[in-house]
Design a protein around this ligand. Structure first.
Ligand code: PSU
Ligand code: MN
Length: 304
């Protein structure tokens, strides 16, 4: 039996990387586990189109039959969006998926790790994983944080969702030596809302500033990712008061229903979606589009 490649890099991505052309990595857990079908497929293919229109080669990353793929084909993206045998793959799941030939959507952690190994410098996501509420008891903190501490990539996100403990997440990023800058803001965004209520010490004004920051990190030989926090446009955010009320209701409902552990996030997101009449999903898509567009701009600035 032939041994599968360790990482399969798509033809177009390989050529772009060889030529020093800009490439933007995109995650796939958002497709396999984060968005409902068929919106996930529209988002998966639509964001690749957006990246191309910006003159950048998209590299959606995922796992196909155990093989990590950097630059999934449209057919493979469709499979991750529609099949129900697709698992959520963070870094620790890569060997299991490989040995058992599983299909997987990769988290920010696994996507960043694979992108960096393939030589990609920039990636976009919607919301970053972080520290869960109650983590001081449960120890539930996303592997995204630890992985970003040792993966020198530039990551564009709209912060972490407010269902997490945002203050604790920012503290952990500080401990892990991960620089965080606001894109044209000094406020850390709260995914659905432009301002999470937490301040940032530093901001950048342009994609060129982000490229300069990544370059400085490389010159210093630091291994950490650079996080660019890109808020949703204030005119498109969930009304902050409405957001706070719905979130409080969702948290109450979760505790009343005795939901805990890995079931908590899907429960809260589903509750938010129903309680906002689908508005939270629309904001989610808007946020993601914005991050993909900015990521493409940064990829171009870095490729120079
Ligand atoms: N945040 C969201 N939606 C998502 C995710 C995060 O609002 O789908 C995904 C991302 O892929 C992220 C992962 O990397 O969940 C984090 O999961 P965990 O907390 O299990 O590490
Ligand atoms: Mn977890």
């Amino acid at each position: 039996m032939q041994t599968p490649p360790v990482i399969r890099v798509g033809e177009e991505v390989r050529r772009a990387l060889d030529d020093g052309a800009p490439v933007l990595a995109l995650e796939s857990t958002i497709l396999s586990h984060g968005l409902p079908n068929p919106r996930n497929l529209e988002v998966g293919l639509g964001s690749e189109r957006l990246v191309r229109e910006a003159g950048v080669v998209p590299a959606t990353i995922g796992v196909v039959e155990g093989v990590p793929v950097v630059g999934l084909t449209a057919h493979e993206i469709e499979r991750l969006c529609t099949d129900d045998d697709v698992v959520k793959v963070s870094v620790r799941d890569l060997p299991i998926a490989r040995a058992q030939r599983l299909h997987g959507g990769t988290t920010v952690a696994a996507t960043a790790w694979l992108a960096h190994r393939a030589g990609i410098r920039v990636m976009s996501t919607g919301g970053l994983g972080g520290v869960h509420r109650g983590a001081s008891d449960t120890f539930d903190e996303s592997a995204d944080l630890g992985t970003l501490a040792t993966t020198p990539i530039t990551l564009v996100s709209a912060g972490v969702k407010s269902i997490l403990d945002i203050g604790a997440t920012l503290e952990r990023l500080e401990t892990l030596n991960v620089p965080v800058v606001g894109y044209r803001t000094n406020r850390y965004p709260g995914f659905y809302v432009a301002d999470s209520g937490h301040a940032l010490d530093y901001r950048i004004e342009s994609a060129v500033d982000a490229a300069a920051l990544a370059h400085a990190r490389d010159e210093l030989g630091l291994a950490s990712a650079v996080l660019v926090a890109n808020p949703v446009d204030a005119s498109k955010q969930l009304d902050p008061e409405f957001h706070d009320r719905v979130l409080a209701e969702a948290l109450d409902a979760a505790s009343a229903a005795g939901v805990s552990g890995h079931d908590t996030t899907p429960f809260l997101l589903d509750h938010m979606q129903r309680a906002t009449g689908g508005r939270s999903l629309e904001v989610n898509l808007e946020v993601y589009r914005g991050n993909v567009a900015l990521g493409a701009e940064i990829a171009r600035a870095i490729a120079g």
